[in-house]
Design a protein around this ligand. Structure first.
Ligand code: HEM
Length: 502
């Protein structure tokens, strides 16, 4: 391996010394790898090389390097690691837009998303987003103790309505249960660290499911049953409604309607239809867990920073009236710079996809004198970028005020969350749903703060840096903590208003 490097006459980027064979596997907490990568960031700098078994891993720890490589050299940095792609096949996920290699198929998916999520289309989703925020409030009033379930229902219902005009039942929706189980498996399995191990030991995929410790294989079997159901059910729902002439506008029905206009060729039409089916299924998987996790971080911030909450609620009350004359709406957003700042700070404080989704190099590259090998997994360490003290002084603290001069603009929603764009990835693979996410976050945050005071559970002693809070492990992560929802107005008043506005 070393010989191969020497022939390039450029050193690899600095990094922790690898052990023979295993490389730098030891010392990485498999559930929270960003902790080790961030330690290496502090020790070795903006670009770090490490090796997981025989897989080259390049970790980018600054926005500067991420823009240089993933944006400016995107031709070379826009595919996904081959090991990850291989692993996806085992989990029946090789269709996913998020993990597709840089290819014609990926370009087709991306085009479908762009046609659906251009800026003007976003305003047509707003009634869906606000309606679901109102349902979230009703659910939280009814059973605040299972707030995580309600956050999940909120995120999934929005994306299911946008994609398929499919209405999720408020409680115990069978489809939602399938999606939850499937996402739980994805979040655990579809990571570069797992891919590196499986690429090294393909035999792992052949371990019988009954074998002790073979949960990985069992999960893959479950997933291979779930994925076709999750992909087909909502898609067939749209097609049946279209055939019956009852289909409401949705991303899928709009995209399907565009097919005959564009092509008379049956083969091409089938490819397009398959692309629509796959990209829409990828979209709701990508939207659900990320939006939910971001809302968990928001609640954590409100519990740990009561003074921020007080200022946010004073802003809301000044716009809609202290006696809850009405609930906030989209037109109010421009008058709520502090709420917008809270959303930005939530995305920054703890990015919920802490290491983004791994990119990979197509060819060898030289960057600032360092050799970056072909086929290397390239990880943008968003968690570390979010803690850059030069850009974000006192980075472990939740301080919405840092954005106040920037969000006090006429139409903050169309600006997008550019200040914290690292939370949504880089280059040609940047998140296609970031503007949809931004609007969903606004709807949920403003409604929750209008109706509830969020409070710390008695005896739960965590400081403002959130040190000691438990985080779920995997591709996405969220804090796990108790949160008390105290209504700021009588339940009757809130329910009455919600019913009027639903
Ligand atoms: C707060 C919410 C969200 C966060 C933090 C988030 C974050 C991310 C990140 C970090 C990536 C990887 C980018 C890269 O490879 O560099 C990504 C990709 C993606 N996201 Fe999001 N996302 C969110 C919401 C959404 C929503 C609402 C949708 C759909 C409506 C969506 C659809 C996608 C898709 C399809 C990709 C794959 C793009 C590609 O590989 O070309 N995301 N997202």
């Amino acid at each position: 391996l070393q010989k191969k490097r020497d022939t390039k006459k450029h050193p690899l980027p600095p990094g922790p010394p690898p052990l023979p064979f295993v490389g730098n596997v030891i010392g990485i907490d498999p559930d929270h790898p960003w902790l080790a990568y961030s330690r290496w960031g502090t020790e070795y700098g903006e670009i770090v090389y490490s090796r997981l078994l025989s897989q080259d891993i390049v970790i980018i720890n600054s926005e500067r390097v991420a823009h240089d490589l993933l944006d400016r050299r995107s031709q070379n940095y826009s595919t996904r690691p081959p090991g990850l792609v291989h692993l996806l096949g085992f989990f029946a996920h090789d269709y996913s837009s998020v993990f597709l290699p840089y290819s014609d198929k990926w370009r087709l998916h991306r085009r479908i998303f762009h046609e659906a999520f251009h800026l003007e289309a976003l305003s047509s989703f707003r009634p869906i987003q606000m309606r679901n925020a109102h349902s979230l409030i009703l659910n939280l009033l009814a059973s605040p103790e299972v707030y995580g379930t309600h956050l999940h229902t909120f995120s999934t219902s929005i994306i299911m309505s946008i994609m398929y005009d499919y209405a999720i039942a408020p409680v115990d929706d069978p489809f939602l249960a399938l999606v939850e189980r499937s996402l739980e498996i994805d979040v655990k399995a579809l990571r570069p660290e797992v891919a590196a191990v499986v690429a090294e030991f393909p035999i792992l995929k052949k371990v019988p499911p009954w074998f002790p410790g073979a949960s990985f294989v069992r999960d893959a079997i479950v997933q291979r049953t779930l994925v076709p159901m999750i992909m087909d059910m909502p898609f067939e729902h749209v097609k049946n409604n279209m055939a019956a002439g009852t289909a409401a506008p949705s991303v899928v029905s709009d995209a399907l309607k565009r097919i005959p206009v564009k092509t008379q060729d049956e083969g091409e039409a089938a490819v397009l239809e398959q692309g629509i089916k796959e990209s829409s299924a990828s979209g709701y998987a990508a939207a659900s867990e990320t939006t939910t996790s971001t809302l968990y971080v928001f609640l954590l911030a409100m519990v740990l920073y009561p003074e921020v909450q007080t200022r946010a609620q004073a802003e809301i009350d000044s716009v809609i009236g202290e006696t809850l004359e009405r609930l906030p709406d989209w037109d109010d957003r421009a008058s709520m710079p502090y709420i917008n700042a809270i959303i930005l700070e939530t995305l920054r404080w703890f990015p919920v996809v802490p290491l983004g989704i791994a990119h990979a190099t197509v060819n060898d590259d030289i960057y600032e004198g360092y050799y970056i090998p072909k086929g290397a997994t390239v990880i943008a360490n968003a968690r570390f970028m979010a803690r850059d003290p030069d850009k974000f002084p006192n980075p472990t603290r939740f301080i919405p005020e840092r954005y106040m001069s920037k969000v006090a603009v006429e139409e903050p929603s169309t600006q997008g969350p550019d200040d914290v764009s690292f939370a949504f990835g880089f280059g040609r693979r940047i998140c296609v749903g970031r503007h949809v996410a931004d609007a969903s976050l606004f709807a949920a945050v403003v409604d929750i703060l209008t109706v509830f005071r969020l409070e710390r559970a008695p005896g739960w002693n965590v400081g403002p840096d959130a040190e000691g809070v438990k985080w779920t492990g995997g591709l996405t992560t969220h804090p796990v903590f108790p949160c008390i929802f105290t209504p700021r107005h009588t339940k009757e008043r809130v329910s009455q208003l919600l019913k009027m506005q639903c």
